[in-house]
Every structure is written in C-alpha cells, then in structure tokens.
Write a protein of this length. Structure first.
Length: 335
C-alpha cells in the first residue's frame, strides 16, 4: 500500500500543479511518477485478488502481443522502408533515412525468418530470435503508449495565460492556397487561448504566424494564416508574419529573434506534434510551452506513427542504451 500512497501523493501534486498552471514538463513528470508508483504497487501486491485480476489481464495481453509481434513488425517495417525510400528520392544525401531503410530491411528479413521457422524449419536458435523480436515489439509498444499519453496530455494540460506571444506552427496550405483543416484547428486553438486571456483580464498576446511559400504557390502560409486571423476579429497590429520557414525547426529558428528565450511564449501545433516542437524549441534555447490542437481523424493514425518514429530517431542514443537493457531483463524475467 506504500506505493499506492506515493502514487496518490504525486497525483495530488499533479492536481496542484495544474491549478497553479505550472510548466507542462513538471506536470508530465508528476503524471509519469504517479503512474509508475501505481504500477509498482500493483506488481508488489499481484497475489491479492484485485491486483491478480489486473496482472492476469496484462499477462494475457502480453501473450497476444507475442503472438502478433512478427506479423506487425514485418508490416510496419515494410511501411518504414517505403517511407525511407520515398524520402531518399528527395534527399539522397540523408544518412538518417539510409539508416531507416537499412533497419526496415533487416526487420523485414528477421520477421520473415521467424515465420518460416515456425512453419517449416523449427530451429531452436531461431525460436530464441523470435523471443527477442517479441520483446522488441513489447518495447516499441510500451514506448508508443508513453508517446500517446504525453501527446494526449497536451490537449488536457494548459500552460499559464501570462504569455506575450502565441506562435502558430504552419503545416501547409491546400492546393488552392487556402487554410487546410489541420491548420484551421491550430488557428482556432490559438484564438481560443487569446480569448481566454481576454476573459481573465490578462494582457492579450501577439500572434506570430510561421510558414513560407511552397513551390508553385503565390502566397506564403503566414500570409494566409494572418488573413484567417483578421477575418475572425484579431487586430492586424497584433499579428506578426514569419514567411521564410519551410519546416518546424525553421519555424522556431526564424522566430527566435522575436521570442528571445521564449519564457513568455506558447506555440500551437497539432497535439501529436507538440513533443517534437518542444525538442526543436529546446535545441534553440527557446523555453516556449506547447498547446495541442485536435487533428482530422482520417490523418491521425499516419501522423502518430510518423511522429513516434521521428521522436524515436531524435532520441536514438537513449534507445541505444535502454533497448539492450530491456531485452536482457525480459529474457531473465521470462525464462
């Protein structure tokens, strides 16, 4: 029960942090600590009736994951390889995508080998390889769930209203050079934050819309975004345009001269993209906090997987250390 108590304490601190509108990094840390100690409490009391039901459910789910692991890994690896090849056609000098293409090819080969072994070869060494692939899938699944939780928290955990700038990250216009549905959601989320400031008698922030021209376009994304804001009652003198950037990193890079260290700034993007936005902002020394807007449902599955893979590559050094340790622990615990 001690671990449950610690989990409750961290839950209380999380609630207090949210009420005081502390930084999202603090709130996310408290959330993860609360979940960790609740999970540890369940593990310690796994012989008790209620916890035994939960542990039994988790065990059954793990067996299901082990069963589907080779198929899912193989399928995802094909998608990974296709994505890498597509990117390499645009950027053949990119070492990152050569690594992705190689990794995808290796995973396809290993998944195929495991399936062939189960059907025909039935080699003991290859069964050990299958176990390793199963544990790898569990690792990927677990880290993906953490990513989903942190991405979802950007829709729930709101930063302080005491901000001077609202940076809206671009995401591309339609073929007709109009606001896409994804971009509309981001703009509407930014307007909502602005209106909340006014409702609470907080000095309203200045909007900084970011995004340059795509090839063949006559208008920059920033221009179209600014027009959308003015159509919805935002004064022109409270809108600044950054019309040179073509990606998230450049959104922050070219906005940095206005933002300084970004402590009085929020940036608005899609909820799945907040984590990567935070990474790029921190790399430039910008301490801005992110707000997550909703995304079109038809686009969400692809966006979540792509974003997870992008973050996996960004933190590849962490995974390079953590993954072997996890695989070794799983081999010890499961045998």
């Amino acid at each position: 029960m001690v671990f449950y108590g610690i989990g409750i304490v961290f839950s209380g601190l999380l609630r207090y942090s949210r009420r005081k509108e502390r930084k999202r990094t603090e709130q996310n840390t408290l959330l993860l600590l609360a979940l960790f100690f609740f999970g540890l409490g369940i593990f310690v009391r796994k012989s008790q009736p209620m916890e035994a039901v939960f542990v039994g459910g988790v065990s059954a789910f793990l067996r299901f994951l082990f069963l589907i692991a080779p198929y899912v890994l193989g399928f995802c690896s094909v998608g990974l390889l296709i994505h890498a090849v597509t990117r390499l056609r645009e950027r053949p000098e990119s070492r990152k995508y050569w690594v992705v293409a190689f990794s995808g090819s290796v995973m396809i080969a290993l998944s195929a080998l495991v399936l062939v072994n189960a059907r025909w070869l039935q080699n003991e060494w290859l069964y050990s390889l299958e176990n390793t692939l199963d544990y790898l899938f569990v690792y990927l699944f677990a880290t993906f769930l953490v990513f989903l939780g942190l991405a979802g928290s950007s829709r729930v955990i709101s930063p302080s209203l005491e901000k001077a700038f609202i940076v809206i990250l671009g995401t591309g216009l339609t073929a007709e050079e109009t606001i896409s549905l994804m971009l509309k959601y981001r703009l509407d989320k930014a307007i909502q934050f602005y209106e909340n400031q006014k409702a609470k008698n907080v000095q309203p922030a200045t909007f900084l819309v970011t995004g340059g021209k795509s090839p063949g376009n006559s208008l920059s994304e920033a221009e179209v975004m600014a027009a959308y804001l003015t159509d919805r009652g935002i004064p022109e003198d409270q809108i600044i345009q950054e019309n040179q950037s073509i990606n998230t990193h450049q959104n922050f890079l070219y906005s940095q001269r206005l933002l300084g260290n970004g402590e009085n700034t929020v940036f608005v993007t899609s909820s799945y993209h907040v984590l990567r936005g935070n990474v790029y902002a921190r790399q430039l020394g910008i301490e801005a906090e992110g707000i997550g807007a909703k995304s079109p449902l038809y686009y969400l599955p692809y966006a979540l997987i792509r974003e997870y893979l992008a973050l996996f590559l960004i933190y590849r050094k962490v995974h390079f250390v953590a993954l072997p340790i996890f695989l070794a622990l799983m081999h010890v615990l499961m045998h």
